[in-house]
Design a protein around this ligand. Structure first.
Ligand code: COA
Ligand code: AMP
Length: 635
C-alpha cells in the first residue's frame, strides 16, 4: 500500500503545515517567522525570518549526535587507483580547517567562490567550507572550456576560485590550471586569490601572489590550530549559484537558498528514495551538475548517510563492471544515475556478464534522472539487477524531483515511459498557449502552479527580471518548465520534449543557441543552425549545419573540422559536438524562421510533413542529401 495519495492530499490541503512539519527535521539557529512569506521575493520566500547553517546540518550535528565515526564520504577513483574514506568527524575537521583558510583569503558571508574541480572529495569539502562561512559557491563542471568558465566568473564575481591542477578522463589528463588562467585573463572580474590542489598526474605552475597551494595552506592552518565556526545565515540567503544552459550563450545563474533547500532535500531522502540515515547512497554523477549538488553532497549528508564520490565512468574505468564493484564493495543501498550510463554499460556488456561477478544483494533501488529514461533501458536494468528501477523528472531549477515514484512512501505501479506522479509541493498542470489546462492525454506545456516548493530557485543570480521573463511571464501564475508532455487519467506525467532549444547530451544539458553563436563566429560561416539529433548512447548529440559565405574557397571539410574544434575550444569537450554539415541553404519559413524541427525529423529519419509556410521545399532534399553524404542518415 502506498501512502502517496494521503501525503499529497495533505500537502494540497495545507502546504504550510506540511513544510513546517518537514522543517522540524532541520536544526535552526532561529526558527522562522512565517513558513511562507508570499510578499517576499519574486513569488514568495520559504522560512522567512529563520537563521541556519547548511554545513552545520550536514556535518557538525551528526558528530554531536554520535555519528562521528561513521563514514560520511567514500572516495573511489578507478582512474587513479585511490580509495579513501572520511568519517563525519574527519569531514568536520577537513571542512573547518579549509573554511579557516578561505576566511584568511578574505572569503566571508555573501561572498562568492567558484569551484572548478574534478570528482575528488576536496570538491565536496570546499562546497561545505563555503557553506560554513555563509559564502556562496558556484561549481563549474570540469568539461567546460575557459570561455564558459570566464562567463561564470564575470557573472558571479568570485573573491576566491578553488581548483585542482588537473582532472582525469579515460586515456588523458586534463590540465585545469591553464584553462583557469585563460579564463581569468578573459574575465573582467578578477579573483583576489586562487587555491589550487596539486595532483601528481599534472602539477600546475602557481602564479606568485594570486595562487596558493591548497595542501600547504591547509597544513599551515592545521598546524596553527585554525578552524572556522559555522556562520548563521538567513534561510533565504543563497547557498549556491549553479549556472545552467539558457537559450543563449549566456547561462542562467540558478540560485538555491539555505533553509528551503535543506528542508526539501531532507524530506526526499526517506520519503522519496526510501533511505535511512547510516545507509550508503551513491549518485554516480558529478558535483558540477545539480544531481551532484543535491545527491552527492547535500541530501545524503543532511540525512546522515554515507555518500560515494566516484571518479570514473560507467565503462572503460576499467570495464563495464565498475559500477557493480563499487556497489558490492561499499554496500550501496541506492544508486542514482542517468539512463545514458546504463546504455553505455548495456552496449559493452549486453548480457550482464560483469553483474554476475559481484554480490549486489545490498542494492535495493536504482534511480534514473537527467534525461528521458527509455523503456528498453529500464527493462534491461530491471532484468539484470532485479531491483525496482525508478525514473524521476526534475531540473537544475527545482533541485529535487518534480515527479517520480516515491519508494519511501510505497511505490506506485510503474508505467513505462512515465516518471510517475507529481511530488508534494508541486501542482503540475498541462497548459495550452492560452494558459488553459488541456484535457488528459493531450500534449501541452508542463507548468507548475506558483509558488514553487522549498528548494526550488527563488530567482536567478542578481537578475529577477530574467527570472520572470524566462519562467513566469508566459503563463501568468505558473512556472514554465520548458518541457512539453501530457498527464494521463491516473495523474501520471509523460515528459516528451523541450519547448526551447535545450538539448540533453548524455544527461548533460546544453544550449543549441549557445553553439550557434560559436559557429556564427567562424569567419567563413554566413549562417548556421544547430539541432539535437537522436543518438543510441547519449540520447541526443548536437549537429551543426553551416552555410559558407560566398567567395570562400576553403574546402567545406576543412571548415567543418574547424567549427568542430571551435566548439570544443569555446564551450568544451562536454558539448560532444562532432557533426558539422555544410549545406547550400537552410530551410526557412517565408518570414525567415529556420525550420529546425523539420531538419531534426529528417536527420532522425522520422516521417515529416513539409511545413506549409516553407519558403522553398527543395531545400529539405538538399539537407537530406548532405546528411546522407556525411553518413548521418540511417546511423
Ligand atoms: N573534465 C574534462 N572533460 C570531460 C569531463 C570533465 N569533467 N567530463 C567529460 N569530459 C569530456 C569527455 O572526456 C569527452 O571528451 P572526448 O570528446 O575527448 O571523448 C567529452 O567531454 C564528452 O563527454 P561525455 O558526453 O560524458 O562522453 P563520454 O564518451 O566521455 O562518456 C558516458 C559517455 C555515457 C559514459 C558518460 O556521459 C556518462 O557516464 N554519463 C553518466 C551520466 C552523467 O554523468 N550524467 C550527468 C548528470 S546526472
Ligand atoms: P537539468 O537541468 O540538467 O537537470 O536538465 C533538466 C531537463 O532534463 C528537463 O527539463 C528535462 O528536459 C530533462 N529531464 C530530466 N529528467 C528527466 C526525466 N526523468 N525524463 C525526461 N526528461 C528528463
Amino acid at each position: 500500500m502506498t501512502r502517496y495519495h494521503e501525503i499529497y492530499q495533505g500537502w494540497q490541503k495545507d502546504p504550510e503545515t506540511f513544510w513546517g512539519k518537514a522543517a522540524e527535521e532541520i536544526d535552526w539557529v532561529r526558527r522562522w517567522d512565517k513558513v511562507f512569506d508570499a510578499g517576499a521575493g519574486v513569488y514568495g520566500h520559504w522560512f522567512a525570518g529563520a537563521q541556519c547553517n547548511t554545513c552545520y546540518n550536514c556535518v557538525d550535528r551528526h558528530v554531536e549526535a554520535g555519528r562521528g565515526e561513521q563514514a560520511a564520504l567514500i572516495y573511489d577513483s578507478p582512474v587513479t587507483g585511490v580509495k579513501r574514506s572520511y568519517s563525519y568527524a574527519g569531514l568536520l575537521d577537513e571542512v573547518s580547517v579549509l573554511a579557516a583558510v578561505l576566511a584568511s583569503l578574505g572569503l566571508g558571508k555573501g561572498d562568492r567562490a567558484i569551484l572548478y574541480m574534478p570528482m575528488i572529495p576536496e570538491a565536496v569539502i570546499a562546497m561545505l567550507a563555503c557553506a560554513r562561512l555563509g559564502a556562496i559557491h558556484s561549481v563549474v563542471f570540469g568539461g567546460f572550456a575557459a570561455k564558459e568558465l570566464a562567463t561564470r566568473i564575470d557573472d558571479a564575481k568570485p573573491k576566491v576560485i578553488l581548483s585542482a591542477s588537473c582532472g582525469i578522463e579515460p586515456g588523458r589528463v586534463v590540465a585545469y590550471k591553464p584553462l583557469l588562467d585563460q579564463a581569468i585573463d578573459l574575465s573582467a572580474s578578477k579573483p583576489q586569490a586562487c587555491l589550487v590542489l596539486q595532483r601528481e598526474q599534472a602539477e600546475a605552475t602557481l602564479s606568485a601572489g594570486r595562487d596558493h597551494d591548497w595542501a600547504k595552506a591547509v597544513d599551515q592552518a592545521r598546524a596553527a590550530g585554525k578552524k572556522a565556526d559555522c556562520v548563521p545565515v538567513s534561510a533565504t540567503d543563497p547557498l549556491y549559484i549553479l549556472y545552467t544552459s539558457g537559450t543563449t550563450g549566456q547561462p542562467k545563474g540558478v540560485v538555491r537558498d539555505n533553509g528551503g533547500h535543506m528542508v526539501a532535500l531532507k524530506w526526499t531522502m526517506q520519503n522519496f528514495y526510501g533511505i535511512a540515515p547510516g545507509e550508503v547512497y551513491w549518485a554516480a554523477s558529478d558535483v558540477g551538475w545539480v544531481v551532484g549538488h543535491s545527491y552527492i553532497v547535500y541530501a545524503p549528508l543532511l540525512h546522515g548517510c554515507t555518500s560515494i564520490v566516484f571518479e570514473g565512468k560507467p565503462v572503460g574505468t576499467p570495464d563495464a563492471g565498475t559500477f557493480w564493484r563499487v556497489i558490492s564493495e561499499h554496500g550501496v543501498s541506492a544508486l542514482f544515475t542517468a539512463p545514458t550510463a546504463f546504455r553505455a554499460i548495456k552496449k559493452e556488456d549486453p548480457k550482464g556478464t560483469f553483474i554476475g561477478r559481484y554480490d549486489l544483494s545490498c542494492l535495493r533501488t536504482l534511480f534514473l534522472a537527467g534525461e528521458r529514461a527509455d523503456p528498453d533501458t529500464i527493462h534491461w536494468a530491471e532484468e539484470m539487477l532485479k531491483v525496482p528501477v525508478i525514473d524521476h523528472w526534475w531540473q537544475t531549477e527545482t533541485g529535487w524531483a518534480i515527479a517520480g515514484n516515491p519508494v519511501g512512501l510505497g511505490a506506485l505501479p510503474v508505467k513505462y515511459g512515465s516518471p510517475t506522479v507529481a511530488m508534494p509541493g508541486y501542482d503540475v498542470r498541462i497548459l495550452d498557449d492560452a494558459c488553459k489546462e488541456v484535457a488528459r492525454g493531450k500534449m501541452g506545456a508542463i507548468s507548475i502552479r506558483l509558488p514553487l516548493p522549498p528548494g526550488c530557485l527563488p530567482t536567478l543570480w542578481q537578475n529577477d527580471e530574467r527570472f520572470r521573463e524566462s519562467y513566469l511571464d508566459e503563463y501568468p501564475g505558473y512556472y514554465k518548465t520548458a518541457d512539453a508532455g501530457f498527464m494521463d487519467e491516473d495523474d501520471y506525467l509523460y515528459i516528451m520534449a523541450r519547448t526551447d532549444d535545450i538539448i540533453n547530451v548524455a544527461g548533460h544539458r546544453l544550449s543549441t543557441g549557445g553553439m550557434e553563436e560559436i559557429l556564427a563566429s567562424h569567419p567563413d560561416v554566413a549562417e548556421c543552425a544547430v539541432i539535437g539529433i537522436a543518438d543510441k548512447l547519449k540520447g541526443q548529440v548536437p549537429a551543426g549545419f553551416i552555410v559558407m559565405k560566398s567567395g570562400v574557397e576553403k574546402p567545406a571539410a576543412e571548415i567543418e573540422k574547424e567549427v568542430v574544434a571551435l566548439v570544443r575550444e569555446k564551450l568544451g569537450p562536454v558539448a560532444a559536438f562532432k557533426i558539422a554539415v555544410t549545406v547550400q541553404r537552410l530551410p526557412k519559413t517565408r518570414s525567415g524562421k529556420i525550420l529546425r524541427g523539420t531538419m531534426r525529423q529528417i536527420a532522425d529519419s522520422e516521417d515529416y510533413k513539409v511545413p506549409a509556410t516553407i519558403d522553398d521545399p527543395a531545400i529539405l532534399d538538399e539537407i537530406a542529401a548532405e546528411l546522407k553524404a556525411h553518413g548521418i542518415l540511417g546511423r
